[in-house]
Design a protein around this ligand. Structure first.
Ligand code: FES
Length: 80
Protein backbone atom coordinates (compact mmCIF):
# COMPACT_ATOMS: atom_id res chain seq x y z
CA UNK A 1 0.00 0.00 0.00
CA UNK A 2 1.34 3.43 -0.94
CA UNK A 3 1.85 5.65 2.12
CA UNK A 4 3.57 8.64 0.53
CA UNK A 5 2.04 9.48 -2.82
CA UNK A 6 4.45 12.32 -3.61
CA UNK A 7 7.45 9.98 -3.46
CA UNK A 8 5.73 6.64 -4.15
CA UNK A 9 6.81 5.10 -0.86
CA UNK A 10 4.92 2.01 0.25
CA UNK A 11 4.45 0.57 3.71
CA UNK A 12 6.80 -2.24 2.69
CA UNK A 13 9.49 0.31 1.75
CA UNK A 14 9.16 1.95 5.16
CA UNK A 15 9.31 -1.33 7.07
CA UNK A 16 12.26 -2.58 5.01
CA UNK A 17 14.17 0.66 5.59
CA UNK A 18 13.49 0.42 9.32
CA UNK A 19 14.65 -3.19 9.47
CA UNK A 20 17.81 -2.26 7.56
CA UNK A 21 18.53 0.68 9.88
CA UNK A 22 17.98 -1.42 13.02
CA UNK A 23 20.19 -4.21 11.67
CA UNK A 24 22.92 -1.70 10.72
CA UNK A 25 22.89 0.16 14.03
CA UNK A 26 21.11 -1.35 16.98
CA UNK A 27 21.15 1.99 18.86
CA UNK A 28 19.86 4.27 16.13
CA UNK A 29 16.80 6.41 16.71
CA UNK A 30 14.61 5.93 13.64
CA UNK A 31 12.79 9.00 12.36
CA UNK A 32 10.71 9.67 9.23
CA UNK A 33 13.55 11.87 7.93
CA UNK A 34 16.04 9.03 8.25
CA UNK A 35 13.69 6.71 6.40
CA UNK A 36 13.33 9.20 3.54
CA UNK A 37 17.12 9.54 3.38
CA UNK A 38 17.61 5.77 3.48
CA UNK A 39 15.25 5.49 0.51
CA UNK A 40 17.06 8.30 -1.32
CA UNK A 41 14.02 10.57 -1.25
CA UNK A 42 12.77 13.78 0.38
CA UNK A 43 9.26 14.53 1.61
CA UNK A 44 7.32 17.06 -0.43
CA UNK A 45 3.87 18.04 0.88
CA UNK A 46 4.11 16.26 4.26
CA UNK A 47 0.47 15.20 4.05
CA UNK A 48 1.44 11.58 4.52
CA UNK A 49 3.22 12.12 7.82
CA UNK A 50 0.41 10.87 10.12
CA UNK A 51 0.03 7.71 8.05
CA UNK A 52 3.82 7.43 7.68
CA UNK A 53 4.25 7.52 11.47
CA UNK A 54 1.37 5.08 11.99
CA UNK A 55 3.14 2.68 9.63
CA UNK A 56 6.37 3.13 11.58
CA UNK A 57 4.58 2.38 14.85
CA UNK A 58 3.46 -0.95 13.38
CA UNK A 59 7.06 -2.10 13.25
CA UNK A 60 8.96 -3.65 16.14
CA UNK A 61 12.05 -1.84 14.87
CA UNK A 62 10.79 1.57 16.06
CA UNK A 63 11.41 0.82 19.69
CA UNK A 64 14.06 3.00 21.33
CA UNK A 65 16.95 0.79 22.49
CA UNK A 66 16.76 0.09 26.22
CA UNK A 67 20.10 1.73 27.01
CA UNK A 68 18.96 4.99 25.38
CA UNK A 69 15.71 5.32 27.33
CA UNK A 70 15.27 7.86 30.10
CA UNK A 71 18.58 9.61 29.36
CA UNK A 72 17.22 13.01 30.39
CA UNK A 73 15.96 11.64 33.70
CA UNK A 74 19.25 9.84 34.30
CA UNK A 75 21.22 13.05 33.60
CA UNK A 76 19.12 14.94 36.17
CA UNK A 77 19.89 12.29 38.77
CA UNK A 78 23.63 12.55 38.11
CA UNK A 79 23.54 16.36 38.54
CA UNK A 80 21.73 16.18 41.87
S1 FES B 1 2.40 12.43 0.37
FE1 FES B 1 4.32 12.17 1.33
S2 FES B 1 5.33 14.04 1.05
FE2 FES B 1 3.45 14.30 0.00
Amino acid sequence: MIVCHCMSISDKDILAAMAWMRASDRQTIITPGKIYRALGKKPDCGGCLPHFIATMKGSGDLEVPHELRHLRQNNKRHKE
